[in-house]
Ligand binder design. Structure first.
Ligand SMILES: Cc1ncc(COP(=O)(O)O)c(C=O)c1O
Length: 343
């Protein structure tokens, strides 16, 4: 039997490498409270989202919605699409990803390399986030193509269920001692799926959701943002998986702070995290000093920084969008290094 808490020694399918991701202690305070990062970039495709991609496909097969030779259709900013492309390749399905040009070019190239068909909703040069248009087109294509199934990640309970193993991994690794869970909220599947399952064994865990400033799940005002894959932009509907009863606090972090955190963490620790994870870690760092003695806070890192070399880690791209703020980076660096213990 496959044990989700351990990587098998030898595998025959890429999806068997999903899970059992490591915890990285980023900070520890003088009173022994600590910030641990759950490094989901150690999954195949470099992101947490392959967990839910596999679950959505298995669930669709189970319910008879996907049959041999069928086609999976999804609207994606890239990470879900990478996961679906892997699972589709393994299980013999076609996969169509409906995308916009706000998505990272590397994620789009990755999907293509894995055999996905890409359908764009925007002309070349138009880099706007177009979640609503993507979803509309994906739904229409699925209606009009026999044998096709729209996985509909924003409303699919299998998305959240795909993250229940994250809770089991955390619980096992930390022996149930986890006080705060912080994570990004896009569809809500990652944080709410993990959080719901964790509450079953750790009822008092505090759950903090982070979305980009400009995103609308935790209120307005709406405006453009550059954190990729996360949040709910204006015009898109808040996904059914964003479980407001579960989330104790919903907060917003701006692109400047999120990206500055990712850049500082990379320089000072050697760990590359993505832009949305930068927002999550920024929020976690601001809470560190007020944790009670001996407390453990876990931040969910959705993906690694490798996918963002042309954006978050590119000085020209950052300058052109007014996202460089040396004083913010300095402040983050001070907090990080105050609580960083590596010896
Ligand atoms: C980089 C990144 N961060 C955060 C999220 C949000 O995760 P969720 O949709 O599980 O809320 C996603 C989802 O695609 C993502 O790709």
């Amino acid at each position: 039997m496959h044990d989700p808490l351990r990587r098998p020694a030898v595998v025959t399918r890429v999806s068997e490498l999903i899970g059992a991701t490591p915890l990285f202690e980023l900070c520890r305070t003088e009173n022994d409270s600590r910030l641990l990062l759950k490094l989901e970039q150690f999954n195949p495709t470099g992101t947490a989202k392959i967990r839910m991609a596999r679950q959505m496909v298995l669930d669709a097969e189970h319910r008879g919605r996907l049959r041999p030779g069928g086609r999976i259709i999804e609207s994606t900013s890239g990470n879900t699409g990478l996961g679906l492309a892997v699972v589709a390749a393994e299980r013999g399905y076609g996969f169509t990803a409906v995308v916009d040009r706000h998505a990272c070019a590397g994620k789009l190239r990755g999907m293509k390399a894995l055999g996905a068909e890409l359908v764009y909703v925007a002309e070349e040069g138009n880099e706007e986030l177009a979640t609503a248009a993507r979803e509309e087109l994906a739904a229409r294509m699925a209606r009009e193509s026999p044998g096709a199934f729209f996985t509909e990640q924003h409303d699919n309970p299998a998305n959240a269920a795909g993250y229940h193993p994250v809770a089991r991994e955390l619980d096992a690794a930390l022996d149930g001692r986890i006080d705060v869970l912080v994570g990004a909220v896009g569809t809500g599947g990652g944080l709410c799926g993990t959080g719901r399952a964790l509450r079953a064994t750790v009822p008092d865990v505090r759950i903090v959701g982070v979305e980009p400033k400009g995103s609308i799940a935790f209120g307005g005002p709406a405006h453009e943002y550059y954190q990729s894959g996360t949040g709910t932009p204006e015009g898109a509907s808040i996904g059914a998986l964003v479980d407001f009863d579960l989330i104790d606090e919903g907060v917003k972090v701006g692109d400047v702070e999120a990206f500055a955190t990712a850049r500082v963490v990379a320089r000072r620790t050697g760990l590359l995290i993505g832009g949305s994870a930068g927002g999550v870690v920024y929020e976690a760092l601001t809470r560190l000093a007020s944790l009670p003695p001996g407390a453990t806070m876990v931040a969910l890192v959705n993906d690694g920084g490798e996918k963002y070399m042309d954006t978050v880690f590119d000085d020209d791209w950052m300058h052109a969008r007014g996202l460089v703020a040396p004083e913010v980076e300095r402040e983050i660096e001070e907090t990080l290094m105050k609580f960083r213990r590596t010896f």
